[in-house]
Design a protein around this ligand. Sequence first.
Ligand SMILES: Nc1ncnc2c1ncn2[C@@H]1O[C@H](COP(=O)(O)OP(=O)(O)O)[C@@H](O)[C@H]1O
Ligand SMILES: [Mg+2]
Length: 345
Amino acid sequence: MNQHLQNILTIIQQDESLTAEQKDSIAKSLKDANKELEITAFKLDRTEKVKRTTAILLEETIEELEQKRKAIEETNAALTQSLEELKAAQAQLIQSEKMASLGELTAGIAHEIQNPLNFVNNFSDVSTELVDEMNEEIDKGNLEDAKQIAQDLKQNLEKINHHGKRAGDIVKGMLQHSRTSSGQKELTDINALADEYLRLAYHGLRAKDKTFNAAMKTDYDESIGLIKIIPQDIGRVILNLITNAFYAVNERKKLSVEGYEPVVSVSTRKDNNTNEIRVKDNGTGIPQKALDKIFQPFFTTKPTGQGTGLGLSLSYDIVKAHNGELKMETKEGEGSEFIIQIPTN
Ligand SMILES: Nc1ncnc2c1ncn2[C@@H]1O[C@H](COP(=O)(O)OP(=O)(O)O)[C@@H](O)[C@H]1O
Ligand SMILES: [Mg+2]
């Protein structure tokens, strides 16, 4: 029994003014009180234990949460890094697509530069002879003849200059193609741009594969005039469409069906409110199952090293950035036509 209650009980027992009955009654009450005290103490003890377990559990939960937070933080960091890497890889791919198409152009460009260079060489040879002749005439005192020769010389020098500039323009165009786009819209002769890329792509392919041949048809709407576009960007779109077209006719030619004549046509047309550039081929066409994939990045049916699968996806983005549409019509085994539509501003 509780010590204080025990003391009270002892005092009561010794008190002679109380009857035995009264003493028993008080003793019983004291015993009951003691019992209640014991129960309360027991309950208190239990509560204390529960408190301690809860505290431990809480600590564990906090630790777990902290671990989860750290894991999420790490995942976030990893995600951010992957995103950065993806962005870098994408930029790299766009650049390599540019370089790949530049590679396709190199042979064509070399071919294009060779022509003006031949002129320059021939005219300068002739001019050297003319200078000798002029000196002879001066020695003889035939100043009229010497003057005539000088006149011819001047014309030759003008021609040399003209062809030198032409070669310079070709190199400039090549550099423009590989450079990051200026992003500036410029008034552009779209017919000349399309024609230049058509010839470059054709001679590029011819230089790589002497057996390659295709008829090129052009139909340019002269009324189209100058249109406001980013020339490097639209140039890349046209080049990609033309290279795809040449590839498709070449593939169909490999099937060596009697009488097949590969044809690639480029045409332009001005409507009320759209300028249209069409690149058409009578190549392999695009099978139904590839139709909804060809504009997706990385989709290519070409062997590794020959296709990046980025041409049409980049072309689509470029035309969209001009508020235009890139449309396509195709028939498997018969050919395809890609149509660039750019609104007249
Ligand atoms: N004129 C076309 N004729 C047939 N198939 C084409 C033509 N143009 C595009 N394709 C198909 O679309 C795919 C994607 O073209 P593109 O995005 O330019 O990438 P790549 O030329 O590098 O393959 C090609 O691999 C080809 O299967
Ligand atoms: Mg392509």
